[in-house]
Design a protein around this ligand. Structure first.
Ligand code: ZN
Length: 368
């Protein structure tokens, strides 16, 4: 095992728009660069791992194992790569893997596959096909390129050290990967399938992760004669209706409160106080602006679970109707909504059909 792993982390991340270079940005609970370090260590394929960086101070503070060396990088990626090769020459490596720190998502399986292919080849490079249709622009013209002929090269790329050193040390122009050097010289490369997930982190958007929040809602209203009963926006034939400033729809009120809870925007009373303006308002009308605001802000409801707590009416009789109605009002699919009926063994005011209560829980994800 005379393999060396080089991690290029000297980039300044001009396109990343943050003060710290992207390779030191936090991504899935650790710095982006640490994903590559850990995987190369865990693969047990390498004698030494060499990090090339212009942030020596930052990296030296971290306690890496002895098999990790750190050297200062150059101005361009190709300068840093050459510096690494010159540094490694003294160890007489057989093979060298070159990797960009901005690709934290490669798998150890890919590393092993590269190593396996390197036994019979002098250069092994993972590639994937282009998902996008690409145009080629010259000064005066734009050309169409056939997507099927386009190969996107990834890192890690692995080479017989001697061969790579020879072509790299004489090369003057900057290159963005080592495969370019081999291709320029018409040297043979073994291309192997890369990994779609092994994408390069270039923009801050590439590492944004969605956040999920939960909200709980509860409501109870008194049942009174001579009022219509509304549950989940559905008019239900019953001996009484729910008393309240509005139509008293406990399901919709609890839904509103759970949404407001998940997005941390106080409660239903803040938006619909007991004023003349909202007297006898239908609850569907209260839910509408809340859903409208939600849809405006990249917030997606994942699911909604409802407990309707009453002795009567029997929920099973109206379940489908209520779910259909809530689906229409919230824009959720019916299979994202669950409704459970809970009787209270004739206990207390709810058991005596003097009140109806409802609790809901909702899960909302923010994509930004
Ligand atoms: Zn209410």
């Amino acid at each position: 095992m005379n393999n060396y792993f080089v991690i290029l982390a000297a980039g300044k991340s001009k396109r990343f728009n943050k003060k710290i270079p992207k390779q030191f940005f936090n991504y899935q609970n650790k710095e982006i660069i640490d994903h590559s370090i850990e995987k190369s260590l865990n693969s047990k394929l390498f004698k030494n791992i060499l990090i090339v960086t212009n942030n020596l101070k930052h990296l030296k503070k971290k306690k890496y194992p002895k098999s990790i060396s750190i050297i200062k990088g150059g101005k361009e990626r190709s300068d840093s790569s050459l510096k690494a090769l010159k540094y490694l020459k003294r160890y007489k490596p057989k093979n060298v893997f070159i990797h960009d720190a901005a690709r934290p998502n490669f798998s150890i399986k890919l590393l092993k596959n590269i190593a396996k292919n390197l036994k019979k080849n002098k250069a092994v490079v993972p590639i994937i096909n282009s998902k996008d249709t690409i145009k080629y622009k010259t000064q005066n013209q734009i050309f169409n390129l056939n997507r099927n002929n386009l190969l996107l090269t990834q890192t890690p790329q692995a080479f017989r050290f001697k061969e790579l050193y020879k072509v790299a040390k004489d090369h003057k122009d900057k290159v963005t990967d080592e495969a370019t050097l081999f291709i320029n010289k018409d040297f043979k490369i073994k291309f192997i399938p890369g990994e779609k997930s092994n994408n390069k982190i270039t923009y801050i958007d590439d590492i944004k992760t969605p956040k999920t929040f939960y909200g709980i809602g509860f409501d109870i209203h008194k049942l009174v004669k001579n009022k219509k009963l509304y549950l989940g926006g559905v008019k239900i034939p019953f001996h009484s209706g729910l008393e309240g400033h509005s139509d008293g729809d406990v399901i919709l009120h609890a839904i509103i409160d759970s949404i407001l809870g998940a997005i941390r925007k106080k409660d239903i009373g803040t938006y619909f106080p007991n004023t003349k303006k909202f007297k006898n308002i239908r609850s569907a009308k209260m839910l509408k602006p809340i859903i409208f605001d939600l849809n405006k802000s990249d917030l997606i409801i994942n699911n909604l679970d409802i407990n309707l707590i009453c002795q009567k009416p029997r929920v099973s009789k109206y379940r489908d109707k209520i779910i259909k109605s809530v689906s229409k009002l919230t824009g959720l699919n019916e299979n994202q909504i669950n409704l459970k009926g809970k009787t209270v063994e004739k206990l207390g005011l709810i058991g005596k059909e003097k009140a109806v209560a409802c609790e809901t829980i909702i899960s909302i994800t923010k994509y930004d």
